[in-house]
Design a protein around this ligand. Structure first.
Ligand code: RAM
Length: 352
């Protein structure tokens, strides 16, 4: 699916307008081919002893380490064995060899956050044809290359929230930039597309998006890109960074520069990485979901697939341990829940 198509789907969900074009949006239909050909049996027992591979976008990103804790916790609850593996950088094709290895090692399920929606699709399709179940979390792949996508938050909601936070921080008017992760990341591009549509609303008429920069979810690159944005746009009033790596690097740069307090910053970050910058007034608010819950939910979805409880079709339900029951929505998507906004007032209640 193209970026625009994903954004359009997210927008359909947001505005509740009638949107055609999807082929499996009602309960009881078969899930995505080629993996989901059997009928679902909601009463099937959750299998124990499953082999789970967890493949984040990159291994050295604290956010994905926390997601991995949730994967481990769920797996421990149904005695599955987890292999966590992955590239050190989040480039488009960097995950292909890890997918092939998981298939060769006959892993039952793969839980992955994709760096590119298409680059990994052929390897995933081959693995699924051999019987491996594929659950994406955080950042999706082409819909026919996975069984289920576990989205952290409704894509529209999280994109709109960031525009709202930025607008508030700069008094509703002025130039701003986006500091994203990699140019191919499905989640980033979906959110950015929705943000751009949101800017067309009359209440944002005075906001001007002047540049989208890519820090590649690399700390140094994100730091330098922040500096570059500030130099290139002397009238810049704010930055949205919808990536935990970008937000932390931008805060580090801003916090010790002449721009501190003059250029606003918001986006998506982990409380532990952002605490000092919220406390020293580099930024007032940012948002996120609970990464461990995302990993936990996705791993239960993967086990439900491997146990035959679900096939990935819309309307099917499964139990996700202590998170309770979840239903699969259109396009095989399961949504974890609403985001949390962190400020000085609540940040000390969170430790991740
Ligand atoms: C980074 C990654 C991830 C994104 C978070 C918010 O860690 O880009 O995909 O969801 O930020």
């Amino acid at each position: 699916m193209t970026r625009t198509a994903i954004a359009a789907l997210a927008l359909c969900a947001l505005t509740l307008t009638a949107c055609g074009g999807t082929t499996k949006d009602s309960a009881g239909q078969q899930g995505n081919q080629p993996g989901n050909t059997a009928a679902a049996n909601p009463d099937a027992k959750l299998k124990t002893g499953l082999k789970v591979t967890y493949l984040p976008k990159q291994v050295n990103n604290p956010y994905f380490t926390v997601v991995g804790k949730g994967v481990e916790q769920a797996a421990a609850e149904f005695q599955a064995a987890v292999k966590a593996t992955g590239p050190s950088e989040a480039s488009a094709a960097s995950q292909v060899t890890y997918i092939n290895t998981a298939a060769q090692q006959r892993q039952d399920v793969l839980v992955l956050a994709a760096n590119d929606e298409n680059a990994v699709a052929p390897a995933l399709k081959t693995a699924r044809a051999q019987g491996m179940k594929v659950v994406t979390l955080d950042s999706d792949v082409a819909e026919d290359a996975r069984d289920v996508f576990v989205n952290q938050v409704d894509s529209g909601e999280i994109a709109v929230k960031q525009v709202e936070l930025l607008s508030k921080a700069i008094g509703g008017s002025g130039e701003f930039a986006i500091l994203s992760a990699t140019a191919n990341a499905t989640n980033q591009n979906t959110w950015i597309d929705i943000m751009q549509r949101e800017l067309a609303k009359p209440e944002y008429a005075q906001l001007k998006l002047v540049e989208i920069a890519y820090g590649n979810d690399d700390d140094q690159t994100s730091f330098q890109k922040t500096q570059g944005l500030l130099q290139a746009h002397p009238n810049l009033k704010g930055i949205i960074s919808p990536t935990t790596v970008g937000l932390a690097a931008a805060a580090r740069y801003l916090g010790s520069s002449e721009y501190k307090g003059k250029v606003a910053l918001t986006g998506l970050g982990t409380p532990n990485q952002m605490r000092e910058y919220v406390k020293n007034d580099t930024l007032t608010s940012f948002a996120l979901w609970e990464p461990a819950k995302l990993g936990y939910l996705a791993t239960y979805a993967a086990a439900a697939l491997a146990s035959g409880q679900i096939t990935g079709a819309a309307g099917q339900k499964f139990k996700a341990g202590n998170l309770g029951e979840y239903a699969i929505g259109r396009s095989g998507e399961v949504v974890l829940g609403p985001p949390t906004v962190f400020t000085k007032d609540n940040i000390d209640r969170f430790d991740f």
